[in-house]
Structure formats: structure tokens, C-alpha cells
Design a protein around this ligand. Structure first.
Ligand code: MN
Length: 417
């Protein structure tokens, strides 16, 4: 696969995240108008609602009279493929629709982005082996780093859809129960160890009612976003046993605005790593279901230049989203279009490849020095975190844009009334 040429000139720039090969789906508004569905092409957005209203789509019922992509997801893989083929054709160099579509383009610089989907439910996993080993070593020691179940299943927990927010939303430092290891009792106070988690989010596009195979699960995935699972490490350390994280991860989860479709990522499929233990049949890999997506994280203190604090790759995951989805359904749990599955923190083997400050600063024992001279063990008020990701092709790339958030100071004691 090489760059597909578009009549939108900026889409032919080899450095754009959004060439014709990509065509990711988002929801945008301009100047306070109602949000509408759009597709990114170069530095522009094609208004898909306008395309539908102009009668250029072949579907029986309107899908773009709502500001989210769930209705498209519900239509299923044949509709996904038809829509993608049609958009690719109409935006290709020399397409006869050019004159008609040109007024339907909006510069991304003028648009405000919104959540691209109604998030039905949110589940987060713990499926990166380097991350699990690092965190386990810190919390339980090197002997018990990986829990005994870890090599046999993608460990996860049911998170909160209600606090999933779009990139650019400010993140308020939470309060919670904290207990220092040497203290007799916990206190209720602002989190002191606020952290990011670099993850990919898989968006489930088709429903299930009963257990699905890994292959069936793979076909149910509509696309992917970047995901930052904001985490309060001091709250987490005190609350997580025996049922896992709760309030530590309920404050907010940020996602990038563009859903990059599974179809756009197809040339970048790769295998999961080799297995230490044979997986049970229902979880076995049946083909390449991870993706080679380069990821990076920058941290910018308030008013200062960003420093790249991590570089890693989605292919470092031990379990694919298809395996996670198959496992999620194995109890009979129904899955819904709009379900969001967090991959788990993506860390590589090297120190600079770690996807959370908890690991990068080794629990605060080895603070990072930023390019601006400041040190960081965890996030400070005013810090802006930005995730970026892209699959690199031959002369083009399939980019995700950015997923960012700025830390606001904790409010005064929320119970002091
Ligand atoms: Mn997480």
C-alpha cells in the first residue's frame, strides 16, 4: 500500500495524520453550531451529514442526523465497508464529486471536536506485560510481579463510561482516601500521585449476546482511538485489594477525537508476542490482531515547552483487543455498539518506553528531568499531557491526531460546607 492521492491537497503531504488512506470518523462543530459527523482528510473535515443530505450516500435510512457514529456502527461491517469505499472514491484525485463536496469542507483549525460516539460502557484491561511486571514489582515485589492468572487471561475491570471525555477537556485533580504505608489511618485529601496511562481504546461496533470467538470479536471492532486512563496512584494503592481499582480511575478517561477504522489499520496488523503458557482454546490467537502503531507521550509544564517522556508501540501488548473482547463475552456478558475497551498501559522493555509516570519515575524514586529543567515524579497542576500515535506506511501514515488534557488544581475540600 502506498499513498492514495486526494483532491484535498493537504491530504497528500506525507506528514499528515489524515491521508486518503485513513479517513477517520469524528464529531465536530464550528462557531457554536450543533455538532455533526465528519471525516478527517488532510487538515480539513468533510461534513458527512451534508454529504448525506445532498443525497450522495446509498443507504435507505439516514445515519448522520445524529452527532455520533453509533448508528453507523450498528449497521454492521457491510455498511462500514460501503461507506469507506464511497468516501475514498469521492475524495480521490480526479473525482467528479469534487465541486459538490468542496463547500462541505471545514478547516480542522476552525472546528471544535466532540466525543465521536455515545460511550455505552467502558472496560479497562491490564494487558501489557512490561507494565504489569513493573507495577507488580513495585506493589508486591519481583517474586510476585505477575499475578498467577496474568499469563492465562486479559485481566480487566468494569470502568465508568460517564467520565470518558474528549481530548482537550481539562482534568481536575481528585480528592480521595490516601494512606501512607507507615500511617495508622487514612486521610481524605487531594491526590498527590496523579498519573497518566498511555493506552489504545478499541470501539466495539457490533452487539453480542453470548460468548464470541476471537475471530468473531475481531470482526466486531469498529476502530481505535488513543486513550489516557488518568490514574490516582495513592488512591489506587490503598483501595485496590481485593476488587481492583475503583475511585482511582473514575475521575476521567480522555480519548482522541478521531476513530481510526480497523480497515485503515489493516496493512499494519501484527502478531502478539510469543506465549510463555499455552492459552485456553477460546483465547488462542488465530491471526495477526495487534497493530504496529508508534506511540509517544509529551509533558508540558504550564507555559513551557513539551518534553517527550515516552516512546513505545501498540505491538508491545500481550493480548489483542479481539482477545480482550472474546474474554469479556465468555461469561455471556452482552456487548453493545459503543462499548469502549482500554488496552491497558502500553509499556516497552526499555525505560524510555514506559507508558505511565509510576513506571517512568519508579514510584517516585527516580524523578524524570524534563528538557525545561523541572523534575517530575507525578503530574503537577498546570501540566499538559499529550498522547500521539501513528502507523507508518510507505510514504504515508495512519495517524490518530492527539489526546491531551491539562491538570487543574484540586478544588477546596468538597465536603467542607
Ligand atoms: Mn488503565
Amino acid at each position: 500500500m502506498t499513498l492514495l492521492k486526494s483532491w484535498v491537497a493537504s491530504a497528500n503531504n506525507p506528514d499528515t495524520d489524515f491521508p486518503l488512506n485513513n479517513l477517520p470518523y469524528g464529531v465536530f462543530s464550528v462557531g457554536g453550531d450543533d455538532p455533526r459527523c465528519g471525516v478527517a482528510i488532510g487538515d480539513m473535515i468533510l461534513d458527512v451529514q451534508a454529504v448525506e443530505e445532498a443525497g450522495l450516500l446509498p443507504f435507505d435510512a439516514p445515519m448522520f442526523d445524529v452527532p455520533f457514529w453509533n448508528e453507523v456502527m450498528e449497521e454492521g461491517p457491510d455498511t462500514w465497508a460501503t461507506l469507506r469505499t464511497l468516501l475514498t472514491t469521492m475524495l480521490a484525485e480526479g473525482a467528479p464529486e469534487q465541486a459538490q463536496l468542496k463547500p462541505m469542507l471545514t478547516p480542522q483549525a476552525k472546528a471544535e471536536m466532540h466525543l465521536p460516539l455515545l460511550v455505552a460502557e467502558y472496560t479497562d484491561f491490564y494487558a501489557g506485560k512490561h507494565h504489569a511486571e513493573n507495577v507488580g514489582t513495585m506493589f508486591r515485589g519481583p517474586e510476585n510481579a505477575l499475578p498467577p492468572n496474568w499469563l492465562h487471561m486479559p485481566v480487566g475491570y468494569n470502568g465508568r463510561a460517564s467520565s470518558v471525555v474528549i481530548s482537550g477537556t481539562d482534568i481536575r485533580r481528585p480528592w480521595g482516601q490516601l494512606k501512607a504505608p507507615d500511617a495508622d489511618a487514612p486521610i481524605f485529601a487531594p491526590c498527590k500521585r496523579f498519573d497518566l496511562e498511555l493506552e489504545m481504546g478499541a470501539i466495539v461496533g457490533q452487539p453480542s449476546d453470548g460468548p464470541v470467538t476471537v475471530d468473531e470479536a475481531d470482526a466486531m471492532i469498529f476502530g481505535y482511538v488513543l486513550l489516557n486512563d488518568w490514574s490516582a496512584r495513592d488512591i489506587q494503592a490503598w483501595e485496590y485489594q481485593p476488587l481492583g481499582p475503583f475511585q482511582a480511575k473514575a475521575t476521567a478517561t480522555s480519548i482522541s477525537p478521531w476513530i481510526v477504522t480497523q480497515a485503515a489499520l489493516a496493512p499494519f496488523r501484527c502478531n502478539t508476542p510469543s506465549r510463555e503458557k499455552e492459552l485456553l482454546p477460546y483465547l488462542k490467537d488465530t491471526g495477526p490482531m495487534l497493530y504496529d502503531i508508534e506511540l509517544q507521550v509529551t509533558l508540558a509544564p504550564e507555559g513551557k515547552q513539551p518534553t517527550t517522556i515516552s516512546r513505545t508501540n501498540y505491538k508491545e501488548m500481550y493480548y489483542s483487543s479481539a482477545q480482550q473482547l472474546a474474554h469479556h463475552s465468555s461469561s455471556g456478558c452482552p456487548m453493545t455498539p459503543g462499548d469502549l475497551l482500554g488496552s491497558g498501559t502500553i509499556s516497552g522493555a526499555e525505560k524510555h518506553q514506559r507508558g505511565a509516570l509510576l513506571e517512568l519515575s519508579w514510584g517516585g524514586k527516580e524523578p524524570l528531568t524534563l528538557d525545561t529543567g523541572e523534575q517530575r515524579s507525578f503530574l503537577e497542576d498546570g501540566d499538559t499531557l499529550t498522547l500521539k500515535g501513528a502507523a507508518q506506511g510507505d510514504g504515508y501514515r495512519i495517524g490518530f491526531g492527539t489526546c491531551s488534557g491539562t491538570i487543574l488544581p484540586a478544588l477546596p475540600d468538597p465536603y467542607a460546607r
